[in-house]
Design a binder for this molecule. Sequence first.
Ligand SMILES: [Zn+2]
Length: 473
Amino acid sequence: MESNGGVDESTRLLKELQSLKDSKRDIEARISALEGQLRQIQSNQQLNKKASSDCSNGGSEFGHDLTPDMIYRYSRQLLLPSFGVQGQSNLLKSSILVIGAGGLGSPALLYLAACGVGEVSALFIVDFEICRLGMVDHDVVELNNLHRQIIHGEAYIGRSKVESAAAACRSINSTIEIIEHREALRTSNALEIVSKYDIVIDATDNAPSRYLISDCCVLLGKPLVSGAALGLEGQLAVYNYNGGPCYRCLFPTPPPTTACQRCSDSGVLGVVPGVIGCLQALEAIKVASLVGEPLSGRMLLFDALSARIRIVKIRGRSLQCEACGENATMTQENFQHFDYEKFTQSPLSPAPLKLKLLKEDCRISSKEYEEVVKKGDAHVLIDVRPSQHYKIVSLPNSMNVPLASLEDKLPEIESALKSIDNGNAGVYVVCRRGNDSQRAVELLHNKGFVSAKDIVGGLESWARDVDHRFPTY
Ligand SMILES: [Zn+2]
């Protein structure tokens, strides 16, 4: 039993907690910014000192270019015979761009920051501007990102992913130069952004971005570490490296739109992009440090369910490739006008598509459907989402007939209708966002269920307009 006093008290505590969390976040952001400024000043001072000491060999007193702090911080890597001082020195001088601060980008960025990519306090660096760890993303952190995008925390929900990722990287390693690109990568800005880096990591999740990033890397001669993760599977390859193929060499035509699924529709187990993102960091480190054998001309395939990793050989560079072939048509000029969304028939931004297939009188709003329920009008509600969606949450008294099996299940719908009101009941169709429900109503109309109507905006509109406590996912 909770008295009103208890409710008031918990509201007050929640408010105070929120206000303290906000202050903490702002203070942390301020600390990060000040640390960045301080590093810049110290770095300039070191450069000046170096210039005035006229040290022409460019090395430190230890016969290599690592400072005592670097030796201590990176000692476990320096101890590796195959990596050692030379590998670390190469790594510190490199600059890497990670495109996408989501499921793949999270572990990739954390490891790259930790291992010293973008180190600015190096004595040997004449132009510290060349060393940097860059990140591009235009999105904000959402609660349903956190199960896989481990670089972000609850305190950053609603704020820029790049801001959040940069703060996390700085808290691990305050000696590196982090560049925040809080924008989407487009043909209009890609050449300028990518040109500032040595190596690119594609940690995006859609087809147009993959082609755009690959073409841009070919035009600028940058190696590309490309990763993908969906459901329980992942893949990884290094493109445009040492004469190896580019993404277009392998996939000259985009896959059909239905094959380009996203995590928001198909689901993904958080660890799967985690594994692939770690491997992307590893490949980028190998390329940057000139150590080992990068995954060029080969592709790694990861299957989480069977715990299998396979490496397959892939085709080499294609002479016919539009981007890197002998008669390539892709120039910097063409790139800037190329329509990647049209080419791949799929959108760059993850905003869900909004179909409009039906006439207005074949549709009702979620509020109107609420009236149908309240009045007790005889009707059948068909939920056409896949069964795993239905198991998460559904409206009462609905019947689950996934769109893919709708045509086979027409007799069941018929008998459900006959069992109430002798077949004169209404038929309403609902799905997650109101696209599949329209496709279903079209099919039902063609099969003689002429009164079928779809609920506009699906369960998302029900949650927004009718029942705020109805779960969304
Ligand atoms: Zn190519």
